[in-house]
Design a protein around this ligand. Structure first.
Ligand SMILES: CC(C)(COP(=O)(O)OP(=O)(O)OC[C@H]1O[C@@H](n2cnc3c(N)ncnc32)[C@H](O)[C@@H]1OP(=O)(O)O)[C@@H](O)C(=O)NCCC(=O)NCCS
Length: 268
């Protein structure tokens, strides 16, 4: 390794998984009382729901998706394409919405790349084209739109639309908003509650309203470990995550779970 890169973090999937495992094991979370097979059934039900109800609404949905509470995901219009290893988390009070609404034909719609994370409350609304690269992360409440949806003077017509592009490994913080015509460069982070109305370069942190670059990132000095890399060996990652679940839920019984659901005790 060249001298100047001696301080580089040496990311490997195995090392990162070990760190993730240690963090999960030691975190002070409330115990999940479900028996392992109930959790598996729940996961299975979510996948069945996605394949039966959501898949037909997508132009394309890649392999190895992970939808949490998919019944709170709404797809309106199209085309909407999601890549492989996409994780979409929705909640009753924070639905995820992919909406395409246009008076033009043959528009590109919404494209979300591989290994992206879409958090509860995220809304992606396209009148023309929104393209999200691989390994991007959208935090809770993010709003991405390529249109103003009304014209400034003519309030009954659809306003102008300009394509939005998020390059690979962009991370958009909690409740940030990205408006029409914006391109965000690779690896860039958009801070929580930022309002992005102009392009942002690659490898920066931008924050505020309107969003301004607040810090430069240096991938040569400190390389990024992306969600895409995390999923490179999907099979062993899956086995590893299953082993964590089995370990955490070991000893849980159906009766214990029901008892906890109906008669919870302090500290459980
Ligand atoms: C963008 C973020 C990751 C940067 O964290 P960081 O590296 O610790 O940031 P820094 O402290 O170096 O910030 C640099 C400057 O930008 C400012 N800043 C950072 N985030 C900001 C934000 N969201 N809004 C306004 N200003 C912000 C800081 O106050 C600091 O200003 P200063 O130099 O005048 O003191 C973090 O601020 C953030 O927004 N986190 C939220 C992430 C999120 O939404 N996670 C949800 C899970 S996906």
């Amino acid at each position: 390794m060249p001298e100047k890169h001696a301080s580089k973090r040496n990311y490997t999937v195995k090392k990162e998984f070990r760190a993730f495992y240690e963090a999960v094991k030691s975190r002070p979370v409330r115990k999940d009382h479900r028996p392992y097979y109930i959790k598996q059934l729940h996961t299975r039900a979510q996948s069945l729901y996605v394949n039966h109800f959501l898949r037909p609404q997508f132009e394309c949905l890649g392999r190895h998706f992970n939808f949490i509470q998919p019944w709170y995901v709404e797809v309106f219009g199209g085309p909407v394409r999601l890549g492989e290893h996409v994780c979409v988390m929705a909640a009753a009070d924070n639905r995820v919405r992919f909406s395409v609404w246009s008076n033009e034909k043959d528009i590109a719609g919404i494209t979300v790349g591989d290994a992206c994370l879409v958090s509860p409350g995220a809304r992606i609304s396209a009148a023309k084209s929104i393209t999200i690269g691989n390994s991007c992360m959208l935090a809770s409440g993010v709003y991405i739109t390529d249109s103003d949806w009304h014209d400034i003077y003519n309030r009954v017509t659809l306003g102008p639309a300009r394509p939005v592009v998020l390059k690979d490994n962009v991370w958009v913080g909690d409740n940030a908003m990205i408006g029409k015509g914006v391109t965000i460069g690779e690896n860039t982070i958009v801070g929580a509650r930022a309002v992005v109305m102009n392009d942002l370069p690659a490898n920066v942190i931008a924050a505020g309203n309107p969003a301004r670059v607040v810090r430069e990132l240096n991938p040569d000095e400190q390389p990024f470990f992306t969600r895409g890399q995390w999923f490179e060996d999907a099979e062993s990652l899956h086995r590893g995550l299953q082993a964590i679940d089995q370990g955490m839920l070991q000893g849980n019984t159906l009766l214990g779970w029901l008892r906890h659901a109906w008669f919870p005790r302090r500290g459980e």
